[in-house]
Write a protein that binds this ligand. Structure first.
Ligand code: NAD
Length: 460
């Protein structure tokens, strides 16, 4: 593996240095080919996602394929516009000059992806990296192996390995990859591994995007519409079996409506997954037995008010609601990343500030309220990756909204044009003629100081 990695990096470095990735038409062509190859493998992709995570065809299309097609279409349609040199107004001090900004690819980039949306979280960053003219080495997750192997096949069919290459493996292979000097690293995964990546990247001063997780609070005040709130929470929490980085991790509900909301959440779970979610073809599975064990350990000593059934052999974990009173429990100390929904009832709004402050910089924050202004003020008060008033998860679908974390939930952003920007250095330069060279800026200043100040004051 060590030799393979070294070899690929050497080839990609040489390819990038050859400036072949600067050809915009070629970038577009490759993205079109990628789209075609994905179309040709659609059934296989859906099947791999089913084998890895029990995802239904509908869920796979909605949350993985459709997302990737949109990102591809946006990049193919806009790449000419994105790469175009931008002209900006020049500064009087430089008169006469023409001032520009151009998008420069970073060079060779490393992408490390997780297992929960293993297809789209691997392909979406790659689209922007290629559109911007970089090379890519992708290390997908060792847990979603069916999808990871298929990703390798698709990529091998579209790209030469000196442009894009998949390296399979787990922490050991990732650690080996991180020993090399990359020009950009794009990591999606957990906070702890994100810190390892950042540390290794710092050795080479490599710019890094870290898309991490967090414990996402979801507040419901007494004015919220119970039925719609329950629907939107159940959808966002239990899609992909709760293994969604921006799923609401726990609820903070006004005591006046708590019982009614819990009942409605249970009704909604039964409505969309039936009385037994294990036989529903819309309900997914946990990625591995190890993750099932972790999730079941979180339920120790907790007050389960609905669900709790586990079939470890079949990686099934029932949608589960837990009533909480203590934020020091294991369940409330870490990101759950599974189908357990803790519910806390608050008496007055002052409590909420303390709770949210415990989970600094979550990847997402949600509030359900009919008081729109109040909802907006609430979101203004906290630092978080992205969020919604009266919904969960869906802010991810708008490519015009940059997606990413802050602080503990990461750094950097992507989706749509933001991905292209992430993988580009915006290089400014000015261009001046020789025919005039104003003497004002050249020493000695003594005789012209008062005139110089007058001129500068005009433009301050
Ligand atoms: P993880 O951090 O365990 O693994 C992510 C990737 O890092 C995998 O490819 C893995 O092989 C690799 N890796 C593992 N150990 C490594 C090491 N020591 N050095 C380098 N690489 C290493 O995360 P996961 O379990 O795959 O995914 C779940 C986490 O990812 C959750 O915290 C979730 O919130 C987060 N996540 C975030 C986003 C986002 O967009 N912000 C999206 C999906 C998942």
């Amino acid at each position: 593996m060590k030799d393979l990695i070294k070899n690929v990096i050497t080839k990609q470095r040489a390819f990038f240095n050859s400036k072949k990735t600067f050809d915009i038409q070629r970038r577009k062509e490759l993205l079109k080919n990628l789209k075609k190859e994905i179309k040709n493998n659609e059934k296989e992709i859906e099947y791999a996602l089913f084998k890895d995570l029990g995802k239904s065809e509908g869920e796979s299309y909605l949350t993985e394929l459709h997302f990737v097609y949109s990102e591809l279409n946006i990049a193919i349609k806009n790449i000419d516009k994105w790469v175009k040199r931008k002209s900006v107004r020049s500064s009087l001090l430089n008169f006469p000059s023409s001032d520009y900004i151009i998008a420069q690819p970073y060079g060779i980039t490393l992408h490390i992806s997780p297992w929960n949306y293993p297809f789209q979280l691997s392909i979406a960053p790659l689209i922007g990296a290629i559109a911007a003219g970089n090379t890519v080495v992708l290390k997908p997750s060792e847990y979603s192996l069916n999808t990871s192997l298929l990703l390798e096949k698709i990529i091998d069919n579209v790209f030469p390995e000196d442009l894009v290459k998949v390296i399979q493996g787990g922490p050991e292979e990732a650690a080996e990859l991180l020993n090399y000097h990359w020009d950009y690293i794009f990591f999606t995964g957990s906070l702890n591994v994100g810190k390892i990546v950042a540390e290794k990247a710092a050795k080479f001063l490599t710019p890094t995007t870290l898309e991490l997780g967090g414990k996402n609070p979801c507040v419901i005040d007494e004015t919220a519409s119970i039925k719609v709130t329950a629907k939107r929470i159940v959808w966002g929490k239990f899609i992909n079996c709760g293994q969604t980085c921006i799923a609401p991790d726990f609820l903070i509900v006004n005591e006046k409506i708590k019982n009614e909301l819990v009942n409605e959440i249970i009704n909604e779970i039964k409505h969309i997954y039936g009385d037994d979610a294990q036989v529903s073809d819309s309900y997914g599975r946990i990625i591995s037995k190890k993750h099932i064990d972790f999730l079941s350990s979180l339920l120790n000593n907790e007050n389960i008010i609905y669900g709790g059934k586990i079939d470890s052999e079949n990686k099934y974990f029932e949608p589960t609601l837990v009533e909480i009173t203590d934020f020091n429990s294991n369940l409330m100390k870490q990101e759950i990343f599974g189908p357990i929904l803790p519910i806390y009832q608050y008496k007055n709004f002052n409590e909420i500030d303390k709770i949210i402050s415990r989970y600094k910089d979550p990847l997402a924050l949600y509030i359900f309220t009919k008081k729109r202004k109040f909802g907006e003020k609430f979101l203004m008060n906290y630092s978080f990756g992205g969020g919604a008033i009266n919904d969960t998860v869906v802010h991810i679908v708008n490519d015009k909204l940059p997606f990413g974390g802050v602080g503990n939930s990461g750094m950097g952003k992507y989706h749509g044009e933001s991905t292209f920007k992430t993988f580009s250095h915006f290089k400014p330069y000015i261009s001046k003629p020789f025919w005039i060279d104003l003497p004002l800026r050249y020493p000695p200043f003594k005789k012209k100081i008062s005139f110089l100040k007058k001129v500068l004051k005009l433009i301050e």
